[in-house]
Design a protein around this ligand. Structure first.
Ligand code: PHE
Length: 496
């Protein structure tokens, strides 16, 4: 329907060059608003038409005017009510509600007379028949042809309250630089097919209407990931941890890898796993003497370590990346801690924020996820303490029987994968990674030698999916998230 109207309009403009939207509405017997809607949808296709707003005065009928169209003018009604023999004026006044006006108008028009020849004066017809011009004029005005009627007559009808004058806004339409009479369908979605075939180059896309009002949500709901995030953050806070500032998705390789004693030829650095930035490609500000000590630890080790024995290059450390873990933030915080005024003080830090890995996407992997990280630094603290903290943390999360399995991390020794028994699933599941940070990482930072630092990391998505029984990660994050899932997910889980 709408499509038809848009094309009707385009054909009309092709022939007439110019039109007023009000006249278009009259031409196509459509509501003016509908014509404006059609013009708006033509506008979405580009500069097909040009339009200028204009205001115009139009004559509209009042209710009384409509009454006259249906029943005749008041004077005609009076004329028609008079029988051949005449009628008493008082009786004539009872024949219609507007008889008084009708009577004086009919007198003025010379249609009727008062015959005083008999005993009582009677109102009689003076002419045989009449033309109800008022009614005819109003019919013409109703059909949009008010221009045929002289202005003084319309002014008179206005005085008689048969007409009102209204101002309306309309558009003067002319051809635009891209004028055409055929509209190609506008694409609403950019698909991966269009991208791979290159078809997008020749397609026309519908513009976003940023003014459109969205459906008003009945209430706000917290996403399950945010609920678990809040829970995790509360547990850490209860245990005396302080949150680290993680507001930098972009990290220099130096902090993400080198500071963590991760060798420059480590496979995790290559483009397989890491997103490298092209703009800005490199970082330039590093604490210089610390950087020298990191270089030395990589090349020669120290304190009994022989290092990795390769040529450490600043160029590699300068490369900007999307951080692959938040442990780079931990490294920066530990460096600050060791070099702050007043020297080192024991700390417990945590963070929960996004990390990025160039992984193949599947039901349980995304290229970005949230990492939960805990770091503890203290004098002479031991692996037993780490196990204790981890067990306490997970029991507060509802996971008991925490078990550890030896693992490898370039920056921790020993390293332990963390497993826990999940009651709901009825089996042991891997939930995180942990370890004691190596001296090769801590010494260049100037962390005192009697201070041990340990930490652990896990993903936020994994426990969330387990808690809420979500099998595919795309149901949890991304454009396919069903808002109903968010609305209906439990406020909290009592059977942790
Ligand atoms: N950074 C590790 C990871 O990404 C987690 C971790 C943090 C391990 C701290 C040990 C110490 O999996």
């Amino acid at each position: 329907m709408q499509l038809e109207l848009t094309e009707q309009i385009l054909h009309f403009i092709e022939h007439h060059k110019k039109a007023d939207s009000i006249d278009l509405a009259a031409e196509f017997k459509e509501d003016h608003q509908k014509v404006i809607g059609a013009l708006k949808s033509i506008e979405a296709h580009g500069e097909i038409l040009k339009s200028e707003t204009t205001t115009k005065k139009v004559w509209d009928l009042t209710n009384e005017g409509h009454y006259v169209i249906e029943h005749g003018s008041h004077e005609a009604t009076v004329f028609n009510a008079i029988p051949n023999a005449g009628i008493l004026q008082a009786d004539l006044m009872k024949t219609s509600p507007n008889a008084k006006v009708g009577f004086s108008k009919a007198m003025n028009a010379g249609w009727i007379v008062i015959d005083k020849s008999g005993k009582t004066p009677l109102v009689k017809r003076k002419v045989e028949s009449i033309d109800d011009v008022v009614q005819q004029h109003l019919i013409e005005i109703q059909s949009g042809k008010s221009t045929n009627i002289p202005d003084n007559i319309k002014a008179d009808y206005k005085k008689r309250k048969l007409l009102v004058e209204n101002t309306i806004k309309s558009f003067i339409i002319t051809k635009g630089p891209e004028f055409t009479t055929t509209l190609t369908k506008l694409e609403t979605d950019l698909t991966s097919d269009m991208l791979t075939s290159g078809a997008w180059k020749n397609l026309k896309f519908k513009e976003y209407n940023f003014d459109a009002l969205g459906a008003v949500p009945q209430a706000g709901y917290q996403h399950p990931l945010l609920k678990v995030r809040t829970e995790v953050s509360e547990i850490f806070t209860q245990m005396g941890f302080v949150e680290m500032p993680t507001n930098n998705y972009v990290e220099a390789s130096f902090w993400n890898f080198d500071a963590l004693f991760q060798p420059q030829m480590h496979p995790a650095r290559d483009a397989q796993d890491t997103f490298f930035l092209s703009i800005p490609e490199k970082s330039y500000k590093f604490p210089t003497s610390y950087l020298e000590r990191v270089k030395n630890a990589h090349e020669n080790g120290g304190n009994g370590s022989i290092g990795y024995r390769y040529n450490w290059k600043i160029e590699e450390a300068q490369k900007n990346i999307l951080r692959t873990h938040t442990t780079g933030v931990s490294a920066r915080m530990l460096y600050k801690l060791a070099n702050q005024e007043g020297g080192f003080k024991p700390v417990k830090y945590f963070s929960i924020d996004k990390v990025f890995r160039n992984e193949t996407l599947d039901a349980t992997h995304l290229a970005e996820f949230h990492q939960v990280e805990g770091v503890i630094a203290g004098v002479d603290i031991s692996l037993g303490g780490l196990k204790g903290i981890i067990s306490e943390f997970f029991s507060k999360m509802g996971l008991t029987d925490v078990q550890f399995k030896p693992a490898y991390n370039p920056y921790t020794e020993p390293s332990m994968e963390i497993f826990a028994y999940h009651k709901g699933l009825g089996k042991l599941i891997e939930i995180g990674n942990s370890g004691m940070f190596r001296r090769e990482m801590l010494d260049p930072m100037n962390i005192p030698s009697n201070v041990n630092v340990y930490g652990y990391g896990l993903s936020l998505e994994r426990p969330t999916m387990i808690k809420y029984g979500i099998k595919n990660i795309r149901e949890l994050i991304g454009p396919k998230v069903d808002l109903k899932m968010v609305q209906e997910s439990a406020l909290c889980r009592l059977d942790k």
